[in-house]
Design a protein around this ligand. Structure first.
Ligand SMILES: [Zn+2]
Length: 186
């Protein structure tokens, strides 16, 4: 049971004061916010490859490092980082071999059906105006996807024009970064 394992470890962690090396505050030392993917390979690799430690940056994650809606929770998190938490630069970091790359909504819908989501539910959503297939669709090219998210942020009506927004793609094996868009060149 994962929960039991985690709670047991956590008790030791706190009792043995293993938290002491992580003391910091809510403001990022490097005054930046990163939007990246939830991919498991990046959990430790990305911070190490960028020389980021606890307390250094605001980190926002989702599947694919996507800004898919201008007024969704990802964009709100970025705005909070900028206006409340002193992040002065924004980094969008996608990665090669992303699960969202080439992901077909139809395959995921098939998995849902196998797990008991019935056809009527999906039809009901369609009649309600929700295009589930479009909503679940992945992207074809990670660089294009990063560029698109960078544009969404740059052109957002609530983002100040002087905030650099950068786009990068990271290799999930080597940690190598490729620059897709520099926020210093307008
Ligand atoms: Zn990914």
């Amino acid at each position: 049971m994962l929960l039991d394992e985690i709670l047991q470890y956590n008790q030791e962690f706190v009792e043995e004061k293993k938290y002491e090396g992580f003391a910091t505050n809510k403001f990022p030392n490097k005054r930046m916010v990163i939007l990246t993917c939830m991919d498991t390979r990046l959990t430790e690799l990305l911070p190490k490859a960028l020389n980021i430690g606890n307390g250094d940056v605001k980190l926002v994650k989702n599947a694919g490092a996507l800004v898919s809606h201008p007024f969704g929770s990802i964009m709100r998190s970025i705005l909070v980082a900028v206006y409340q938490l002193q992040a002065d630069e924004i980094f969008v970091i996608g990665h090669h071999d992303c699960g969202m790359s080439g992901m077909k909504a139809e395959d995921m819908i098939d998995s849902m059906k196998e797990r008991g989501i019935n056809e009527e539910t999906l039809e009901m959503l369609t009649y309600s105006g929700i295009d589930v297939t479009k909503w679940l669709q992945g992207f074809h090219n990670v660089s294009d996807s990063v560029r698109h998210s960078v544009d969404m942020i740059r052109k957002h009506p609530l983002i100040a024009k002087d905030i650099p927004v950068h786009g990068l793609v990271i290799n999930p094996e080597t940690g190598k970064l490729d620059l897709v868009a520099s926020g210093y060149e307008k």
